[in-house]
Design a protein around this ligand. Structure first.
Ligand SMILES: Nc1ncnc2c1ncn2[C@@H]1O[C@H](COP(=O)(O)OP(=O)(O)O)[C@@H](O)[C@H]1O
Ligand SMILES: O=C(CO)[C@H](O)[C@H](O)COP(=O)(O)O
Length: 489
């Protein structure tokens, strides 16, 4: 919205770092999208369940996309810049140089990604403490959060990484530091991934109990002892060095960052739906669930008072919408699971060739193929004999069990394109059932959710959206009308 102090003709740049790529958007003062660019980023999997990235590679990609979106505009009209990113752990030494997070000693790979599950033993021990901070992450800490990863580094890479480390950043906070030189952390990342409380700050007893008393001793300087609300203006804005890298004027305002799912949640949960004849018009914002569907899916619901939902992260105060509590359900792999199932099938080369011949994406081709083979039945009935359990990378919510694995039942001696299309459908349905289980857990604990707002790469897939509407809408527990609104971040 145009604030009173904003002149017309102002531009803003937003940079979104997902798991697979970096995207930049240029918007005007009304939030209208004027330009968009994206750039893939590198990922390494040196061993099973170890996932790493490079902060230098990601910063370079941020610079490429930012330069592209501001091409041809008057740079002096740019008023602000903001970042969001996945909640991956960036490690730097005392001089802010990258440190290796791997046994190979490769310092280029200085990020342990959010989906890395190397710290299984560490998270198990953290959960055995039953410390009170765990109440604020759904009762069970996830291996995808930062405390187990930090403990893993201390126990496994003591000399090459831990002893030399000067700064541990969540990726969104690394980016705002890189742009401004300010090491302040965002309340969003510290509350959601690091056990910081917006009301009580750090809990010394937790860090001492899990064997990371080092942080208490140095007054949390390595993980953040200055905390700002997301959107707060950082220091003196963009430094001359970062300005040169990004192709922007020095000194423009840079905002304290958000985690990617939280940026998506903030973007869609308050969407103005007036004038479309939707049943959710006039309903409170607390009746909406934002589902951010990319590599993973994140289910963001807010409330005025804290709601404790077993197996669902939070409640987190002011971490997404200021003044509201947030619960965050999630499925660790959704887009990644669909890609895995489709690309690993024997008929994938045939699918690729046919989709390319029609100038379609493989998913658009599969969706039309399902329409062709469903005959008179609704498409969902094609999977009466084939079922998928989607927890190939454990269950984030509501079971909070990282040991769970995926399953497929009903396999036949067929590997043709029909078989691939039906397996794809069953995978999408399984993911939608997972969302339904998360909603039921949230409703059972006191949320009152009646509308889903989807965004992210998977929301471009009409079958994914339709299955979510069909499967979550018919749970019989919701007296209110149910609908899925789609918007894209
Ligand atoms: N047009 C599309 N149709 C179907 N699926 C899509 C489409 N575009 C992207 N996706 C899926 O969305 C996922 C990536 O979403 P994205 O939001 O870019 O992820 P991330 O933020 O994690 O990098 C991928 O699994 C991809 O297959
Ligand atoms: O844990 C998360 C948010 O709390 C996200 O799943 C993680 O950041 C990855 O997001 P994406 O699937 O959009 O790349």
């Amino acid at each position: 919205m145009l604030g009173e102090d904003q002149e017309p003709g102002s531009y803003y740049v937003g940079v979104d770092v997902g798991t697979g790529s970096v995207r930049a958007a240029l918007v005007d003062q009304k939030g209208v999208l004027l330009a968009f660019a994206d750039q893939p980023i590198y990922k390494w999997e040196p061993q099973f369940n170890h996932h790493e990235q490079s902060s230098e590679d990601i910063w370079t990609a941020c610079c490429v996309v930012t330069k592209k979106v501001v091409q041809g505009i008057d740079l002096n009209q740019i008023r602000g810049l903001g970042f969001d990113a996945t909640c991956s752990l960036v490690v730097l030494d005392k001089q802010f140089h990258p440190l290796p997070v791997n046994f190979e000693g490769d310092s280029h790979r200085n990020i342990i990604m959010w989906l890395d599950h190397r710290a299984v033993s560490q998270v198990h021990r953290i959960n055995e403490t039953k410390h009170s901070v765990l109440q604020y992450v759904g009762g069970v800490m996830s291996v995808e959060m930062q405390a187990p990863k930090l403990l893993w580094l201390k126990e496994n890479l003591r000399e090459t990484c831990w002893d030399k480390a000067g700064h541990f950043f969540d990726l969104p906070d690394f980016l705002s530091w890189k742009a401004t030189g300010v090491t302040a952390r965002s309340l969003c990342s510290l509350v959601c991934k690091w056990t910081y409380s917006a009301e009580r700050g750090w809990d010394d007893s937790f860090w001492k109990m899990i064997g990371l008393e080092d942080f208490v001793a140095d007054n949390y300087s390595k993980i953040g002892n200055q905390v700002l609300p997301p959107g707060a203006s950082l220091g003196n804005g963009l430094t001359p060095e970062a300005a040169k890298d990004l192709g922007l004027p020095a000194g423009i305002a840079v905002a304290a960052s958000l985690i990617d799912a939280h940026a998506g949640g903030l973007g869609v949960i308050g969407a103005d739906v007036r004038g479309h004849g939707l049943a959710c018009e006039g309903q409170p914002v607390t009746s909406r669930l934002a589902v951010i569907c990319g590599t993973s899916s994140c289910h963001m619901g807010i409330s005025k008072d804290p709601i404790f939902v077993p197996g669902v992260w939070g409640p987190y105060f002011s971490a997404m919408v200021p003044g509201f509590w947030l619960n965050e359900g999630g499925q660790s792999v959704t887009g990644k699971l669909i890609d895995h199932m489709v690309q690993g099938h024997a008929a994938f080369p045939e699918l690729q060739a046919k989709a390319t011949a029609r100038c379609q994406s493989v998913y658009a081709y599969l969706n039309s193929h399902l329409d062709l083979i469903k005959k008179a039945q609704p498409v969902g009935f094609l999977t009466v004999d084939l079922h998928v359990w989607p927890d190939f990378h454990g269950n984030r919510s509501p079971l909070a069990d990282l040991t769970l694995k995926g399953m497929v039942t009903g396999l036949k001696l067929s590997q043709d394109l029909d078989n691939l299309a039906i397996l794809y459908l069953a995978t999408v349905q399984a993911i939608a059932f997972g969302t339904r289980l998360i909603i039921e857990a949230m409703q059972g604990a006191g949320h009152s959710i009646s509308t889903l707002f989807l965004c992210g790469g998977l929301s471009k897939n009409p079958l994914f959206v339709q299955m979510h509407a069909d499967i979550t809408g018919g749970n019989g527990k919701n007296e209110q009308s149910w609908e899925s609104c789609v918007s894209q971040t």
